[in-house]
Structures are given as C-alpha cells and as structure tokens.
Design a protein around this ligand. Structure first.
Ligand SMILES: Nc1ncnc2c1ncn2[C@@H]1O[C@H](COP(=O)(O)OP(=O)(O)OP(=O)(O)O)[C@@H](O)[C@H]1O
Length: 353
C-alpha cells in the first residue's frame, strides 16, 4: 500500500560488516506483505528487526502510528511464527498457546480459556493436552500460529512458515494459512524464498536483493513484469533490457551487438521486454512467412517436467522455451543443435525500465 492508514510503517536500517539492509515497509490493516528474496538477501534480518530481536542501526518501526523502535520484543504488539516453530517441548499445546498472554499478565484461567478457543478455531481442540512433538508438522504449524495470535498482535511475522513441511502437507497447510491470514485484522509480514508461497499468501510482494528492495507490487505485477534476473528466473520468464523506439526494441546482445525485437505496443527509452517460455516456438529451419522475432540459437540443455520440456537456448540471446515431449522428439533436439526460436510480438510484455 502506498497511502491510507498503515498498521506497519517501518524503515529498517541494519549495518553489519559486509552487509547492509535498508528497506521501507508499509502494510495496511488486514494486508499481507511477502518479503521474497534469495539466500542472504536480508529477509530474516528484516523480520528480526521488526520483532525487536535485533537492534536497528537507523530508521524506525511504527505500529498503528506508535513508535516501538526502542521497545524490547516482549513489549511490541507483535506475534512471530518462526521457521521451525520453536514450540516449548516440555509444555502441552494449550500451555504453549497460553504462554504469551500469561507473560503479559493475564490470569491463568483466562489465558487457558483464550488458548482453548484459539485451538478450537484452528481445529486443534483434540490436541490441547498433547506435547508438541507428538503432533504432525501441519498441526505444529497451526499451534505456532495460535501461539503467535494469542498475544492479540497488531503485527504478525511469519518466517518461512511452510518450509518445515513436506511438499504434500504444504499444499493443504498453505490453503489453511491463507484463510487464517484473511481473518487477521492486523498487518502480516511473511518471509519466503518460495515464489508460490508469496503469490498465494500475500497481497503484495517486496523483492529484497542484497539488503535493498528491487521490486514491489502485487504478485501478478511482479510475475508479469519482473525487474531483475532473479525475479525473472523465479517466475520462469525470459527477461531482457533494451531501448525502444515505437514497436522496435534493440536488445543488448553479446558485447557490442544488438538484437532487434518487435513488440505490439509502442514504447520509448530504456525498457524491459519479457515473454514466457511457452510463447517460444522452435523450428529446425527458418519458418516461412518471415516472422519478425526469429533468432537462430543453439540448444544448451533440455529439462523434462512431466510431458512438458523446457529447452535452454544460447546465442544472440539466452532463451528458455517450453515445448511438448512430442515436439522434442519431432525436432530431435539435443545439446548443440541449431534451431530457430520464434516469438510473436503480441506475446512480449514491454515496460519502462
Ligand atoms: N547473526 C548474524 N551475525 C552476522 N551476520 C549475519 C547474522 N545473520 C545473518 N547474517 C548475514 O547477514 C546477511 C543477511 O542474512 P539474512 O539471514 O537476513 O538473509 P535471508 O534473506 O534471510 O537469507 P536466508 O533465506 O538464507 O535465511 C547475510 O550476509 C548473512 O550471512
């Protein structure tokens, strides 16, 4: 969000030898922001700074307009779900959930009642007396979420919330988590390096690389118009930079060369041009009808995904193409083979850089 009342308004500056984080975050009521980025980008550092577990070198953290920058973790209206949940192994599930409210001074009976209500909401009533380690990964994740919500936070922080789960469990827990987050009235910041998790769970995505925000937008905007090679690879699109004059774009090719590209909508100046691998058609010989975006390239590698095949091509451009297994056999593609790659102008997304 860019205007209106923010639950979270933060400028996080952290400096340590060899690494600097400098990022601004605004999240409105009921909204979910995903911090997406590669290993070492600073995602966990940002989350720990928001939680008050790491001092800031500069900047501020405002929650509902109140300055909590100098407040210790336990005095902030913040609930945290850590990557490996960090449930207390010697406490029962209900005691785990009641722990935060007890620390805040709530009488034991009320804290227990609140914890039982939260567990019931999460479909965990039957597990209240159990020890956390006897639960499944998905159940532990829900206990961790209930524990974070028990302190009635205004800001919910989730660190790689699904990373500890196996792929099968992750799908169902992701859907449940999405529903829980939709019901939460405060602001949520979640950290992930899984683009699907960011796309499914968040309203907005902020991409962090090397301690700085390189892109922010809705999941659809980020996926459709990536602005860095990291994002393009994540969402699986071919991304180039070039200079546009009308519908003609000159892409930077190998050093000292330019590769012409035709796009559908006129543009001017420095642009990004992106197209998905499924938009690339491959031919053994130069196709007739002289399509304008046709490049002779060399097959560099072939990967199979079920009955789809991703072909990596090199030459004047690096291009990924998705074709069917049948097309792969028909074209007899293998590394080193020369092919023509063709992309329609209407398939290219072109936007200012
Ligand atoms: N406690 C620490 N002390 C010193 N340096 C640290 C500490 N924790 C992380 N770093 C360094 O700070 C930088 C940012 O790390 P951070 O863990 O925030 O990145 P991340 O985006 O969360 O990565 P990952 O996805 O691997 O968890 C990295 O260079 C990392 O090596």
């Amino acid at each position: 969000m860019t205007s209106g009342k923010a639950v979270l308004d933060a400028h996080l500056v952290v400096r340590r030898p060899g690494f600097g984080l400098d990022v601004r975050l605004r999240v409105g009521p009921g909204r979910v922001l995903a911090l997406l980025g590669p290993n070492g980008a600073g995602k966990s550092t940002a989350l720990r700074a928001l939680a008050g577990l790491l001092p800031l070198s500069g900047g501020h953290v405002l929650v509902d307009g109140g300055d909590v920058t100098a407040e210790p973790a336990e005095r902030r209206p913040v609930g945290v779900v850590f990557q490996d949940y960090l449930l207390f192994p010697h406490l029962s599930v209900v005691e785990n959930v009641a722990f935060g409210p007890r620390c805040q001074g709530m009488p034991a009976r009320r804290a227990r009642r609140l914890a039982l209500d939260l567990l019931a909401e999460m479909g965990l009533d039957g597990c209240a007396a159990a020890r956390p380690r006897t639960l499944s990964g998905g159940q532990q994740q829900r206990v961790a979420l209930a524990r974070a919500l028990a302190v009635r936070p205004r800001l919910l922080l989730l660190d790689e919330p699904l990373a500890a789960l196996d792929a099968h469990t992750r799908v169902s827990v992701r859907a449940q988590l999405r529903r829980r987050l939709a019901a939460f009235a405060g602001a949520t910041v979640l950290v992930t390096h899984d683009p699907l998790e960011a796309m499914v769970l968040a309203d907005r995505v902020l991409v962090l690389e090397d301690g700085a925000a390189v892109q922010e937008g809705t999941p659809a905007e980020v996926a459709r118009r990536p602005r860095t090679g990291y994002v393009a690879r994540l969402v699986g699109v071919n991304l180039y930079r070039g200079r546009a004059a009308g519908t003609r774009v000159r892409l930077a090719g190998p050093p000292g060369t330019e590769v012409p590209l035709t796009v559908a909508e006129p543009q001017a100046g420095t642009v990004f041009a992106a197209f998905p691998p499924r938009a690339v058609a491959l031919y053994r010989d130069r196709p007739g009808g002289s399509p304008r975006n046709a490049w002779p390239l060399t097959v560099d590698g072939v990967e199979r995904f079920g009955d789809q095949v991703r072909v990596h091509l090199t030459g004047v451009l690096e291009v990924s193409a998705d074709i069917t297994a049948a097309a792969l056999a028909e074209l007899a593609l293998s590394p080193g083979r020369r092919v023509w790659a063709v992309v329609k102008a209407t398939e290219v997304e072109c936007y200012p850089a």
